[in-house]
Design a protein around this ligand. Sequence first.
Ligand code: HPA
Ligand code: ZN
Length: 338
Amino acid sequence: MSTDRHDTPPCAELHVHVEGTLEPDLIYALAERNAVALPYRDIDDLRRRYEFEDLSSFLDLYYANMAVLQTADDFADLATAYFARAAAGGVRHVDLFFDPQAHLVRGVALATVVEGLGRAIDEAAERFDLTVGLIACFLRDRSPEEALAVLRDLLSMDAGIIGVGLDSAERGNPPALFEEVFALAAANGLRRVAHAGEEGPAAYVAEALDVLGIERVDHGIRSIEDPRLLARLAAEGVALTVCPLSNVRLRAVATMADHPLPQLIAAGVRVTVNSDDPAYFGGYVDDNYRALADVFGWGPAELAALARHSATASFASPEGRQRLLDEIDEWERRAVGV
Ligand code: HPA
Ligand code: ZN
């Protein structure tokens, strides 16, 4: 089996933005294909810009680089490159985020985006032994009315999404603004997640659970500041999709050694490990597991426990979740045995 020699476990990835997997090489290749003029001297000049002060300084580059994504083929190539890299790192299922509004505002039609992503997703099972659920995220720094209109369009075009999320600049854009959007999503049988407690306060985590009815919290690390919230997350078994390398690169935490992930685990919270925007933050999901193992001295048992949470908290089918749990057991047995 291809996973036998992996130093990190097979897992599901529950928090990755497909646009955040756009590597510099692909940015340059697509710019050439689409005759898009990039505002950088060369690829090294672009790479030098991957130093971020905070979430919004990252988002500026993230949105700017999307200019090269124009056709359905571009979206298919983007997603396929991510699936190949993720599968090589042991990912067996992905709940994949995309940002419809970030493309609509550039004049790229929703149908173009979902056609390209859908094509890559359809091929992923055969090519990479990977299942994928597609989640449309709404940009919380744009209006709830716009989000509602986009959701209605997604529903009427049968875009193949399994859920909705909420991302972009968090501070000052509380979850409750999007109550109606998430209610419509729920009424249409969609799964619901939201970024909360990344840069925003712990109160946004509770608000997203209470008002939006979310099933998982994306990031959620600032929950560590509120003991009552921590107790609630643990009691209700709410999963957090934590992205350690992202948190360091966006300075949500000072260093990896300062990351609250061990305390979240100690508090009984169901923590999962994810990459967020791997092309921007220095690593894919396996790199995140490896960074945690290095800094906290974790071995196969701790990594397998995190991977099991990724399986059980994923939106994969019951059979897919069980298959992954079996693979994780097998990985742990071999990892401990060597
Ligand atoms: N936070 C909020 N919005 C985002 C992120 C993130 O980490 N990545 C892409 N959009
Ligand atoms: Zn994110």
